[in-house]
Design a protein around this ligand. Structure first.
Ligand code: HEM
Length: 527
């Protein structure tokens, strides 16, 4: 997911900007042929029927529904209210089946895990990830297994993440100390810079040019969120009409120069490790963990190693930063929840100290804030069927992209009390989230009504890191500073959202930080 994120969501959101009259005509023909062939095939084989389809123009089928700008997660949710928890939409030559209930999510992500074990890879993702070698693109098999083991079992294991705490702490404290108090700041931009530096610190110690890597990473993320007509009309792909693939290749080359330079330095320069490399007695960066544990040498090629490093460095950045912005928005909108957060920080950390890794396990309310934010603001998980199968009594033909609409499931009043309300308490003991058995991955007592990180063997490989980073950075923001909405925000948080790569706020949250810690705790921040 350099972008796992891009293909974990769906290229469907690419549609609306392209649907001109001419393209509608082209789609009409292919949709008509496609419909005829699929219907004929399913009749011949006496398979269960295909799922229902929203009524549209006679041959255009589902296409007109993409002509307005309603974000795709909301559109799908409205359609499931009308057509039921499983329905299909056709787009160009592609068939999408959308499921929106915990039971159907379980059928896709667990019961038929081997059928739904791959993903459709958009062209720009392929261009950015060594030809699609990263962990989220690569088909399940021995190469995927050794990458997954290196990531989850080594670099992102508890030991791996404990060992690089100092490296992320150093970056977070540095940026917070540089924050201009009393001035409005874009919370997403701030979070993104903090997450970039902390992640680059953890992965490569001090060995990369932060500015260059951040710029390349941000360009990559922007590209991944851009609609690409080539994905929707493969026949146009070789023209790369918008130049997205070309730009993807260019940023990929720049990223590769950075990774290659670190590899050359660590492996080519005699291999002597210095503190600047992110290695000392207590601290080891994740690059070095992968080398020293033998995980790097178990990978199929150097390109796989580079793609894995890219995964760890880039994959979670946008997701984590967006979640922090949403969490801050929810808290600025809820005095009650904000008071509970501050009370917990005062008791567990104290105003004379910075938040540290060892505090995190005691910050139960902030944990609940994060879980509740993920419930309300995460969206879609997509997988591709590698063979024809049955889900919910309907046929899912081979090659179909199945979209699990986590956004609808997370907000379904059948499964959640006051489903649209921000109520972190539901994730505390006794709440309807029934913590602590309730985990992030669909399991425990969740019964697939909570799947912000997907589920199963292809579930998020970075969940441990994501959880720690969201908690550490959010707690540090809230402990070090008091926050209020900037003037000009009208005194209320705007919760309008849109979908591009992820669910994002339509209007960025702009807030003003002022100091909160006692003077005795501030020297480190002020140093
Ligand atoms: C808030 C942060 C994050 C969210 C919400 C998130 C969400 C997801 C989701 C929904 C999936 C698809 C799961 C499925 O298909 O069942 C996924 C997969 C993945 N994520 Fe994350 N993720 C986050 C952070 C991260 C981080 C920090 C990393 C890397 C360190 C990461 C690496 C990956 C990878 C490599 C995959 C593909 C795994 C595979 O196919 O084997 N993610 N993530």
């Amino acid at each position: 997911m350099a972008s796992a994120a891009a293909f974990l969501t769906t290229p469907l959101h690419h549609l609306s900007p392209f649907l001109t009259t001419t393209s509608i005509a082209a789609i009409t023909i292919s949709a008509g042929i496609c419909y005829y062939l699929t219907a004929k095939r399913s009749n011949n084989n006496k398979q269960p029927p295909l799922p229902p389809e929203p009524r549209g123009a006679p041959v255009l089928g589902s296409i007109p529904m993409f002509l307005n700008r309603t974000p795709i997660h909301r559109k799908f949710t409205a359609l499931s209210a009308e057509y039921g928890p499983i329905f299909k939409v056709r787009v160009g030559t592609k068939l999408y089946i959308v499921v929106s209930s915990p039971d159907l999510a379980k059928q896709v992500l667990r019961d038929n895990e081997s059928v739904f074990s791959s993903r459709d890879v958009p062209l720009v993702v392929r261009a950015c990830t060594y030809g699609g070698l990263d962990l989220a693109c690569i088909p399940m098999g021995p190469d995927w297994a050794s990458m997954r083991k290196a990531a989850v079992g080594k670099a992102l294991s508890k030991a791996g993440l404990d060992g690089c705490y100092e490296l992320r702490r150093r970056e977070v404290v540095k940026l917070l100390s540089e924050l201009e108090v009393g001035k409005p700041v874009g919370v997403f931009e701030l979070a993104q810079e903090v997450i970039w530096n902390a992640t680059l610190g953890m992965v490569w110690g001090g060995d990369v040019d932060y500015e260059e890597t951040r710029e390349v990473g941000n360009r990559m993320l922007r590209l991944l969120g851009k609609p690409n007509v080539s994905d929707v009309f493969p026949v146009l792909a070789r023209f790369d009409l918008q130049g997205i693939e070309r730009e993807g290749k260019e940023v990929a080359r720049r990223f590769d120069r950075t990774v290659s330079a670190v590899i050359e330095k660590r492996l080519g320069g005699g291999g002597e490790k210095k503190e600047g490399d992110g290695v000392n007695n207590k601290t080891k960066d994740l690059f070095q963990v992968l080398l020293d544990s033998g995980a790097a040498s178990s990978l199929a090629s150097m390109a796989h190693f580079k793609a894995l490093l890219q995964d760890i460095a880039v994959a979670g950045n946008e997701n984590i930063s967006r979640m922090i912005e949403w969490a801050m928005s929810e808290l600025l909108n809820s005095d009650r929840a904000m008071k509970s957060v501050k009370r917990e920080l005062d008791e567990m950390v104290g105003l004379d100290s910075l938040v540290e890794d060892h505090h995190l396990r005691d910050l139960k309310y902030i944990d609940a804030v994060i879980k509740e934010t993920c419930r309300l603001h995460l969206a879609l998980v997509t997988r591709t069927a590698n063979q024809t199968c049955t889900v919910g009594g309907f046929t899912v033909p081979q090659g179909t992209e199945v979209v699990v609409n986590g956004w609808a499931i997370h907000r379904d009043p059948q499964f959640w009390d006051e489903a649209s309300e921000f109520r972190p308490e539901r994730f505390l003991d006794g709440g309807d989230g029934r913590s602590p058995a309730f985990d992030f991955m669909g399991g425990g007592s969740s019964g697939f009504r909570y799947i912000p990180f997907g589920s199963g063997r292809r579930g998020c490989a970075g969940v441990n890191l994501a959880e720690r980073m969201m908690k550490y950075v959010l707690a540090s923001f809230l402990h070090c500073f008091e926050w209020k909405l900037a003037d000009g925000e009208g005194g209320v948080v705007d919760f309008a959202d849109e979908f591009a790569l992820l669910i994002k706020k339509k209007r960025p949250l702009i807030a003003v930080p002022t100091p909160r810690l006692l003077a005795s705790a501030r020297p480190e921040l002020l140093a």
